[in-house]
Design a protein. Structure first.
Lengths: 209, 496
């Protein structure tokens, strides 16, 4: 029983919010390759959502385009989630490995990504008065993903529902701390860089004169 | 010889290049970079709507230098009335501003005695009565006289309970409406303009500004509940900014406020009841992002000192801080930005008053003691024509002028909106969508798209319906086959 290919496992996990991830764990299934592909799709979906939306639903600021916000919204956020969840749950007797957390969390994002693509398509067909369809699809997609993510955390660590909620809250806190430290670190590096640059310019002026 | 001949084309082409470049260098430019705002509120280069033609001093008018003139008015006959404050006189110049028609300095009172002006700061001529209204500042009165200089009445400090008797009465600007009601802007009153009946009786205040509800005011209000009366008395009070200038256009009075600290009610359009028609709209007047003045280490916040309504309904707001005139159409869409702070013609030191007459703009500078004349450029004329047609609802008639505007300035956003609206009216929805997109106007695009979609579905509904029906049938057939196939295989396995 349950002899599914890796691709069929994605479908199974997404369409079975309660038991899907438990089955996956039981069968020791899940592919890191597919997980990374899903994260890549998340990134593409975020870019589509930001840039290719139907014009009637808002104008993107197209004087400048920076890829960084989209990377932050997809890859960085996902990485922070995985690392944060791993570091929190290792301390909370979680059974999940980093690899499994990554795979399960990525699979849980599928409805959200589908929602992004579907809405981008719909936004070119609908008018503003019909925006309610887009909103409904968005709510379904986000809600489904949240439920899946909860289920993923629960089965990857073999937690009780209460402990899962606790772990998720702690994970979010850990993510915030990590991102804060990252920003701090980046500004520090920038300061050092500016210092080195100014020393270099100073010396180069001396040599010239 | 040969070498020379070979060089000739080179030299010629060089000369041609120079000739091609020279018009740009010789071209009489404004003493400032002409700009406008795009959809994002960012300044972008634009074509000039007005160009500074010349500046006129008192000497040019043959009346000696003016001294701190503070008001300029163009009456229905086209004559200009200049309140020459420092010289205690009103100068009347002809329409071309080439010679002086008359100087008012002394007036005959009804009882035969003579009276003179003292620092007149405002002048107005009513079309209906042909009377002069002069804000005679230092004499604390508004003088109403006929054109011969015979005083008809004096409006003085009202003896009313509504008017705080401890306050002085120093008229700054004055206007009168069709019915003859007199409106007076006072230096020290923040509750609006003082309003007088045609007979000169005080009837109340008109068009007070509101106080901007900032966070500071709200916290002060809460703190005041616990404060003692002595403490309250020593606090800075939250009073609305006073009116600093106004103009009348038909039934509406436009007021402006030069406060740099408050952004509410800087420009108002008041109806006869004193209700502000612009109140509900979120409008910003002057520069969106104030320029930072590095020389004085401060932000150049707009201070709109005077307002004028052109014959076609355009609103001209004069900003003293930057020396710029911001011209808006009736709907408060920015059309042109004219002027700067500079010594050249077209630049101002302390701009005091703006007035329009036909297609020209006049700005009075009370430090340079000059009047600067701006004439409409051909680009300005086209924009005005198109705007007037558009605002009156003649979208299709406005199409050609808008195209012409775009040919001259591809950054002019209003033109894209105008073209999109016109194409929409004509039924060219695809074109309307294109131009709405260029204008960054999502709502307009939405309307065009809705119509386009309706049209598209009407044309192709049969094909779409047939196509989707075929697709659905195909998908169900394939699925059923697959299921049958697997089910058959399973049963086979079991049988084995």
């Amino acid at each position: 029983m349950m002899d599914l290919t890796q691709r069929q496992w994605v479908k199974h996990a997404v369409t079975h919010p309660v038991e899907g991830f438990e089955d996956m764990r039981w069968k020791k299934s899940g592919s890191l390759k597919i997980a990374f592909f899903i994260v890549f799709l998340l990134f593409v979906g975020q870019v589509f959502d930001g840039r290719l939306y139907g014009f009637q639903f808002g104008v993107p600021y197209d004087k400048t385009f920076s890829i960084v916000p989209y990377l932050v919204k997809s890859v960085v956020l996902f990485a922070a989630w995985v690392v944060g969840n791993w570091s929190v749950c290792t301390l909370l007797d979680g059974e999940g490995t980093m690899k499994n957390i990554c795979i399960y969390s990525a699979y849980a994002l599928v409805p959200y990504i589908v929602q992004l693509f579907v809405n981008v398509l719909l936004s070119h067909v609908l008018i503003r008065d019909e925006a309610v369809f887009i909103n409904v699809i968005r709510i379904i997609g986000v809600g489904w993903s949240v439920i899946l993510l909860f289920s993923a955390v629960r089965s990857v660590h073999q937690y009780s529902p209460g402990k899962t909620v606790f772990a998720v809250i702690l994970t979010i806190a850990a993510m915030l701390i990590m991102l804060f430290l990252l920003v701090l670190f980046m500004s520090l590096v920038q300061q050092i860089w500016i210092f080195i640059l100014s020393v270099y310019t100073e010396i180069s002026y001396r040599f010239r004169v | 010889m040969n070498k020379r001949l070979k060089l000739l084309p080179l030299v010629l082409s060089g000369l041609l290049l120079l000739a091609g470049m020279s018009p740009a260098a010789v071209y009489a430019d404004e003493p400032y970079d002409v700009y406008n705002y795009d959809r994002w509120g960012e300044a972008i280069p634009s074509q000039a709507g007005y160009t500074a033609e010349r500046s006129i001093s008192g000497r040019d008018l043959g009346v000696g230098p003016m001294e701190e003139p503070s008001d300029l008015f163009c009456d229905h006959e086209g004559n200009f009335y200049i309140a020459d404050t420092g010289n205690d006189r009103i100068i009347v110049a002809d329409n071309a501003l080439e010679r002086t028609v008359r100087i008012y300095g002394r007036f005959t009172m009804p009882d035969g005695s003579e009276t003179s002006l003292s620092k007149p700061t405002g002048v107005f001529v009513s079309e209906e009565r042909d009377w002069l209204y002069i804000a005679d500042n230092q004499n604390s009165r508004v003088l109403v006289s006929d054109k011969e200089g015979n005083v008809i009445m004096e409006v003085e400090k009202p003896e009313s309970d509504v008017y705080d008797q401890q306050r002085t009465f120093l008229p700054q600007k004055v206007i009168a409406d069709k019915a003859g009601n007199i409106y007076v802007v006072l230096n020290n009153i923040t509750t609006g303009a003082a309003m007088f009946s045609p007979a000169g009786d005080f009837t109340g205040f008109y068009g007070a500004n509101r106080v901007e509800p900032t966070a500071e005011i709200i916290t002060n209000y809460i703190k005041n509940i616990f404060r003692s009366d002595e403490k309250k008395a020593s606090m800075a009070r939250n009073v609305p900014s006073g009116i600093s200038g106004f103009d009348i256009d038909g039934d509406f009075i436009f007021t402006c406020s030069q406060s740099t600290t408050q952004t509410t009610d800087t420009v108002k359009k008041l109806n006869a009841a004193g209700k502000n028609i612009f109140a509900g709209l979120e409008l910003a007047f002057g520069d969106y992002t104030p320029m930072y003045d590095t020389a004085h280490n401060k932000l150049m916040k707009p201070a709109i000192v005077d307002i004028d309504i052109s014959d076609d309904g355009s609103i001209n707001c004069l900003d003293r801080t930057t020396g710029r005139i911001f011209q808006y159409d009736e709907e408060c869409n920015l059309m042109f930005i004219v002027g700067t702070k500079a010594r050249q013609v077209g630049g101002f030191d302390t701009a005091a008053a703006v007035e329009s007459c036909g297609d020209r703009l006049f700005v009075l500078d009370s430090a340079k003691d000059t009047i600067t004349v701006f004439t409409e450029t051909s680009f300005g004329a086209i924009v005005h024509e198109a705007t007037a047609l558009y605002n009156d609802g003649y979208y299709e008639e406005a199409l050609d002028p808008w195209y012409e505007v775009l040919r001259r300035d591809g950054n002019y956003r209003r033109a894209y909106i105008g073209v999109a609206s016109a194409l929409m009216r004509k039924g060219d929805y695809k074109g309307a969508m294109k131009y709405a997109k260029l204008a960054d106007a999502p709502k307009l695009y939405d309307k065009a798209f809705e119509a386009y979609r309706r049209e598209f579905l009407g044309k192709h509904f049969g094909k779409i319906a047939a196509g989707s029906a075929v697709l659905i049938v195909a998908v169900t057939v394939i699925r059923r086959r697959k299921k049958h196939g697997t089910a058959a295989a399973e049963t086979e396995e079991k049988e084995e």
